[in-house]
Design a protein around this ligand. Structure first.
Ligand code: GLU
Ligand code: ZN
Length: 310
């Protein structure tokens, strides 16, 4: 068994990311599995300088470890050759086509009443070669993966149960490379997980929607898919995803304010149902009796009061 921690260095590690990483780590360690750390810095413009080192520091402080050395090869920004060769292969199979739609055009096309949110309407799918040529003179295209009618993917998520998705209806043709040449998250994550031999993916359930597309890529690439577990998130008091405005929710701030890793781990374990009491515990101590089945199925909504009142 091989699991991975795959942080994006776009900001600081907050207690929500930390809980998902703790659970991924526990799933692997409880099964005697290995873990790799991979930095998902595909979009260098969004990457924050030094954030990778901060994340490493926070993970180590929490008592999480991994089995690879974090060499440049574990940074997505150094793996574009892999993504490009896959794009070339998919293009050679006629599975990709250029999309010239602007944000505005997409928003307009999707604004029809009852139109499925986020579904690409196929605007550029059947362009003729000469249309493509003239559009190309104006701008670089993104590349979309063709999804045919009736493309249905079904999988069993260890937390969410059986998920069935009609990708044609729900998503349509999806982007695998942006106009600026950066491969999409969907493509890169699948290629990396295949190349690195990842067998178990545990991550926040904000990524559940991406999984059917990723599984379709596994099928297309004839790779065997991993086992998925999508865990509930920690939300701010307003029910939205955690962000700076919610206060001191970053691991770094907690550490700087004198918090102890055992307190943070204890709170995280309590918040998701691994422990019945808010009591200090190390990540290591949670390994022995860890069972995914103990996890609460609902999101954790923070109130300003329950945050670290240990
Ligand atoms: N790097 C992604 C993120 O931080 C996670 C990717 C994944 O787990 O598939 O949101
Ligand atoms: Zn288009």
């Amino acid at each position: 068994m091989l699991a991975r921690l795959a942080p994006s260095p776009t900001g600081y590690l907050h207690i929500g990311n930390a809980r998902s990483f703790l659970l991924a780590w526990l799933q692997a360690r409880a099964a005697g599995g290995e873990i790799i750390l991979r930095i998902e810095d595909l979009d260098q413009a969004r990457a924050v300088g030094g954030a990778d080192r901060e994340i490493v520091r926070d993970l180590e402080w929490l008592g999480l470890d991994w089995d690879n050395e974090l060499t440049p090869n574990y940074y997505q920004s150094n793996r574009f050759h892999l993504y490009q060769s896959a794009l070339d292969r998919l293009a050679a199979q006629d599975l990709l086509y250029p999309c010239y739609c602007s944000r505005k055009e997409l928003a307009e096309a999707m604004s029809a009443p009852h139109y499925p949110a986020g579904r690409y309407p196929g605007t550029c799918r059947d362009m003729t070669e000469s249309e493509r040529k003239s559009r190309r003179a104006e701008k670089e295209p993104a590349l979309r993966f063709r999804v045919d009618p009736g493309t249905v993917v079904e999988f069993n998520d260890l937390i969410c149960g059986t998920i069935r998705s009609d990708i044609f209806e729900e998503t349509g043709d999806f982007i695998v490379a942006r106009a600026d040449g950066i491969p999409s998250y969907q493509l890169a994550v699948v290629l990396d997980d295949i190349a690195m031999g990842v067998t178990h993916i545990l991550r926040g359930n904000d990524l559940l929607d991406s999984t059917p597309r990723q599984l379709l890529l596994y099928q297309t690439l004839k790779a065997s898919p991993p086992t998925y577990a999508h865990v509930p998130l920690i939300l701010g008091p307003d029910g939205k995803r955690l962000a700076k405005r919610h206060g001191s929710v970053s691991i770094a701030e907690i550490r700087e304010a004198g918090g102890r890793p055992e307190e943070v781990i204890g709170w995280l374990a309590w918040s998701c149902g691994l422990r019945t009491k808010k009591r200090g515990v190390t990540a290591r101590e949670l390994v022995q009796d860890f069972e995914l089945a103990q996890l609460k199925r609902n999101e954790t909504r923070l109130t300003s009061l329950n945050l670290f009142s240990l």
